[in-house]
Design a protein around this ligand. Structure first.
Ligand code: ZN
Length: 1001
């Protein structure tokens, strides 16, 4: 899935101590310890990472190396995983050891009697514990009450399963699914017939189902009763006798309403150009919503085949993962489409759509590629078709495995929350991420190309080979993100994708520097935790560490490793370890530990001492971690070409490096391809600074951007005084390249906003002058004409947007002029698409301008233009208008609800609306979580947008109080920790730097 984030909205992350884990029973390795009592095969659960069979209900002896890893990452997160926390274990064992020594040394009649009584008591308790159904016997005895272990189902009967993860004794093999969505009554009827394979003798079948009414169910043709446990979205059938190993058929008929949020089988509507309301139904199942559309074994590890039939009115078309096999006319005037049987795949990749769409198609090797959109927008699909064709060719060649289906549909859905979703053979997109109109700029095309490249990469990474469980989501997302940049760099070099990837790496570093971050591969269990995995760490850090790995291997070695991995696990599931076995062992330290290293470089003549430590913005709870760092570096004798790069593997805390005597300066982390930050000694920074002020081209532009990024980060960490940051910034007057300039602007704008929100009026105006002194002439020299170079338009839109938002006269005058000319020409006098946001934002500050833009927003047929208009509307300084926009986007009138997080993010950038927005979010929290699931990317974005600029004690307390009042409506989210941590860091930074800013700005 592609989380929608074209606006660099703050990304999420954080981990919670999860009491859920403490409720889980003990587990034991079957291979090591044989249980002394009979085990129901359903008590065998699959434990995710160590890939072994584990049995509920027993203690465990020792941990092997693998589990130590697992445990250490769990401990790092401050949670105990499945009661295997070592402190608990040692406490238990020391208790056992102490008991005998004090007791029996001096036996007396009294103690004998007491002893016997206690023995009898203990024995009878054990008997009770053992024979009571549902009590989990652990080394500490039965700690649970019966109803915790066997929950009560909706009907009042005990539900026969106690875990969030399904039992592994029964696997699905094939599903026949028939659906009849009714777009008038907004309901659907379904029937599913599942062929299941019983792998272990059992008395129950447990699967997922959510928000549906089950009408009837049969098992092998005989009617059966379905038990439901709603909190875990599970249903079960209990059998009086053992089900032997073999295949069986389970049928379920049900009805349901379309989902009212953006997941499951949901209906969506839009107004066409004639003003008529049109409806459609579409699906979004990742991660946990297939269960809302049909009862199923809804975990990625349960792959099976699917045959889907859809009944519809003749005016609609239906689409699904596979090509349509046939259409039959039904007696009631409806039609039924039947799709071919699918390949072996996970439930979250199933998809279907019923809508009135038109399409264009072309053949790409053996695949028919089509792009669908609503008929009004059929002229905007051609770019996507061309792009998808080229990228499909690239991936077929790169992976040396052909895309396995005979068709591939890309569909633009009018109301869609994520950026896009990689459903096998039926990729769904937001209109903004697929459609390209005549006036779209190269930046708009860059976004569309990125999303298509990402989703196509998933057809291999994710669809063909799938992570076994959501803890390894990064295997899907990190790889798809990495491949999206690799493929675009090769196929569309003109899109300047390297600069974009660099800024993604910087963002991932900023997120991962927080204590609330988590390891790339993280234990997850609850639905909220699964939702939270869709974050910067899985996508951006995942992609960054793959880039670093690629840098240490030759290009071909990396590609061969990837191909070997894909071939080995085709149509199957994997875990992190499988990838590294196929590629390299270097990466273990990068996937099981959160955070990243800070490498300090101290030079003494020809000797360089290198030290690594955890880069930790918040020094509470630090744990000393070590990484295997493939450290790259260049020096003044050869620095601008990739052939200059040298590699040193830093595995220990410190190491030394010998240099030739004549070396003047060193720059580590060549092109910032590695996921770490480098700190030089004072002399090291000084010589780099000096060299840059003479000639910026001594280093590649990525290195210059990284120096800026790193020194701001080091100042935040307290390693360098802010004065030193400003020293480095002096070279920027000679800078001309997009990457370092936009990084510098980004960092300064962040500080500007923080000061602005604190109403430090004097400093705000000095910061503004500082920005104008350093960037003013560059701002004024930008052209306002059509421009084709992506690098140039990226730079000018960043410069002009800041210039106009800081009211730079040259900028606002020009923007007003262009807007007026555009209106006067009845919009035929085109505004360059990359400047639209800037021009509209200036226009939105007047009453007339704002009203004109609102009208345009209502009637525009171009989604990209619409979004820019919305951004301008939301940047108004008028609080009444801000309130209107917030309300309209939450209730979905005028502004689609899927834009709500974007609206919030935009408003919060400016002073007038940001406090109001915080109160609005607090007031409307329940409504918000009805639309966007707790933990989801949208919720993460809403929380960070509203709180990440707080920097006072009052706001800290306010945020803490609000989040803790949420209880199970969100207080446990990792993003809440991140928000609180960010506020504290803001407070600390301002406390430490206000004086410096007063003195030096
Ligand atoms: Zn994705």
């Amino acid at each position: 899935m592609e989380s929608f984030d074209s606006e660099s909205a703050p990304l999420p992350r954080n981990m919670i101590e999860n009491s859920m884990f403490e409720e889980e029973p003990d587990v034991v390795d079957l291979a090591k310890e044989f249980p002394s009592y009979p085990i129901d095969s359903d008590d065998v659960v699959y434990e995710p990472r160590s890939s072994r069979l584990l049995v509920r209900g027993l203690g465990e002896n020792d941990l092997d190396e693998d589990e130590e890893d697992y445990e250490s990452s769990a401990r790092l997160l401050g949670m105990s995983f499945m009661n295997r926390n070592s402190s608990q274990r040692s406490a238990a064992s020391s208790y056992i050891r102490q008991q005998p020594s004090g007791w029996c040394s001096m036996p007396s009649a009294w103690t004998m009697v007491v002893g016997v009584l206690i023995l009898v008591l203990v024995a009878s308790m054990i008997m009770v514990i053992y024979f009571l159904p549902g009590c989990t016997f652990t080394r500490d005895g039965c700690k649970k009450t019966m109803d915790t272990v066997y929950p009560v189902s909706t009907s009042g009967e005990l539900f026969p399963w106690t875990e969030l993860r399904l039992p592994v004794s029964v696997h699905p093999v094939h599903y026949n699914i028939s659906l009849h969505p009714n777009l008038t009554s907004m309901t659907f009827q379904g029937s599913v017939s599942i062929i299941v394979q019983v792998l272990q003798v059992t008395k129950k079948i447990v699967l997922h189902s959510s928000d549906m009414k089950i009408i009837s169910a049969t098992f092998e043709g005989k009617e059966v009763k379905i038990l439901e446990y709603k909190p875990w979205q599970q249903i079960a059938i209990k059998f009086p006798d053992d089900l032997k190993k073999g295949q069986y058929v389970l049928n379920i008929n049900y009805t349901a309403n379309f989902s009212s949020s953006y997941d499951g089988f949901y209906n969506s509507s839009y107004v066409d150009t004639t003003g008529a309301k049109r409806v459609l139904a579409a699906t979004q199942f990742e991660p946990l919503a297939a269960r809302k559309a049909f009862p199923c074994f809804d975990e990625p590890g349960f792959k099976s085949t699917f045959l889907i039939k859809i009944t519809r009115e003749p005016k609609y078309i239906s689409l699904s993962n596979m090509p349509k096999a046939k259409t039959s006319n039904l007696s009631n005037g409806l039609q039924e489409d039947e799709f071919e049987k699918s390949v072996n795949m996970s439930t979250y990749l199933v998809a279907f759509i019923v809508a009135e769409f038109s399409s264009v198609s072309k053949n790409v090797s053996k695949t028919m590629v089509s792009v669908y959109a609503v008929p009004d927008k059929k002229d905007q699909v051609h770019y996507a078709l061309e792009t998808a064709g080229k990228l499909l060719d690239f991936y077929n060649t790169f992976f040396e495995i052909d895309y396995p289906l005979s068709k591939l549909d890309l569909v633009a859905i009018p109301d869609f929350l994520a950026g896009a979703m990689e459903n096998w053979g039926l990729i769904t997109f937001r209109e903004t991420t697929l459609l390209v109109g005549n006036h779209s700029s190269h930046i708009d095309k860059q976004l569309v190309t990125c999303v298509i490249a990402h989703e196509l990469a998933h057809q291999w990474f994710g669809n063909l080979v799938t992570m076994r469980w959501w803890n390894d989501l990064w295997l899907n997302e990190g790889f798809a993100t990495y491949m999206q940049y690799t493929s675009i760099e090769t196929v569309f070099p003109e899109l300047d994708i390297d600069t974009e990837f660099l800024s993604i790496r910087f963002r991932a570093l900023a997120k991962d520097a927080l204590n609330s971050s988590h390891p790339v591969s993280t234990v997850v269990s609850t639905p909220e935790q699964v939702e939270e995995m869709f974050d910067s760490v899985s996508y951006e850090k995942g992609a960054s560490i793959l880039l670093m790995l690629n840098g240490t291997l030759t290009g071909e070695e990396f590609r061969k490793g990837v191909i070997e991995y894909l071939q080995k696990y085709t149509f199957r599931n994997t875990e992190s370890e499988d990838l590294w076995n196929s590629l390299s062992q270097i990466m273990n330290t990068w996937t099981v530990q959160k955070g990243f290293p800070l490498v300090s470089v101290k030079r003494n003549g020809t000797q360089v001492t290198l030290t690594q430590e955890h880069f930790h913005l918040n020094s509470e709870n630090t744990k000393d971690s070590l990484w295997h760092i493939p450290l790259t570096y260049v020096n003044d004798s050869c620095s601008a070409l990739s052939s200059c790069k040298q590699v040193f593997h830093l595995k220990d805390k410190t190491a030394t490096l010998k240099l030739p005597a004549q070396v003047k300066w060193l720059k580590f982390n060549y092109r910032s391809d590695g996921f770490y930050i480098v700190h030089y000694d004072e002399e090291g920074w000084r010589v780099l600074n000096e060299a840059l002020s003479v000639d910026v081209n001594i280093l590649p532009r990525e290195d210059r951007a990284a120096l800026i990024n790193n020194i701001f980060a080091l100042s935040r960490l307290g390693k360098v005084p802010f004065r030193q940051v400003l020293n480095l910034m002096e070279y920027i007057r000679n800078e001309t390249e997009t990457a370092p300039l936009t990084e510098a602007l980004f960092q300064l704008a962040q500080i500007y906003r923080l000061l602005d929100k604190r109403s430090e009026l004097n400093l705000v105006s000095r910061m503004k002058s500082y920005i104008f002194e350093h960037f003013g002439s560059l701002m004024d020299s930008q052209s306002w004409e059509q421009e084709n170079s992506v690098s140039k338009i990226t730079l000018r839109s960043a410069l002009l947007e800041i210039a106009c938002s800081l009211n730079r006269h040259n900028c606002t005058t020009q923007a007003k002029l262009i807007f007026d000319q555009w209106l006067a020409s009845n919009k035929t006098n085109q505004i360059p698409s990359d400047l639209m946001t800037t021009v509209f934002k200036v226009a939105a500050q007047t009453e007339d301008g704002w009203t004109t833009l609102l009208d345009m927003y209502k009637y525009s047929n171009y989604d990209t233009e619409k979004r820019k208009t919305l951004e301008a509307l939301a940047s108004t300084q008028d609080v009444k208008k801000i309130i209107l926009i917030l309300q309209k986007s939450l209730d979905g009138s005028v502004i689609e609800t899927h834009e709500f997080p974007f609206v919030i993010n935009t408003i919060c950038k400016n002073l007038p609306g940001y406090l109001y927005t915080w109160y609005f979010v607090k007031e409307n929290w329940d409504k918000i979580i009805q639309k966007f699931p707790v933990g989801s990317y949208a919720i993460q974005s809403i929380i960070m947008s509203t709180t990440s600029q707080f920097s006072t004690k009052t706001h800290l307390v306010e945020a803490q109080n609000f989040f803790s009042s949420l209880g199970d409506r969100g207080s446990q989210m990792r993003i809440v920790q991140e928000a609180i941590e960010t506020i504290k860091l803001n407070m600390l930074w301002l406390e430490n730097n206000l004086n410096t800013l007063q003195n030096w700005l």
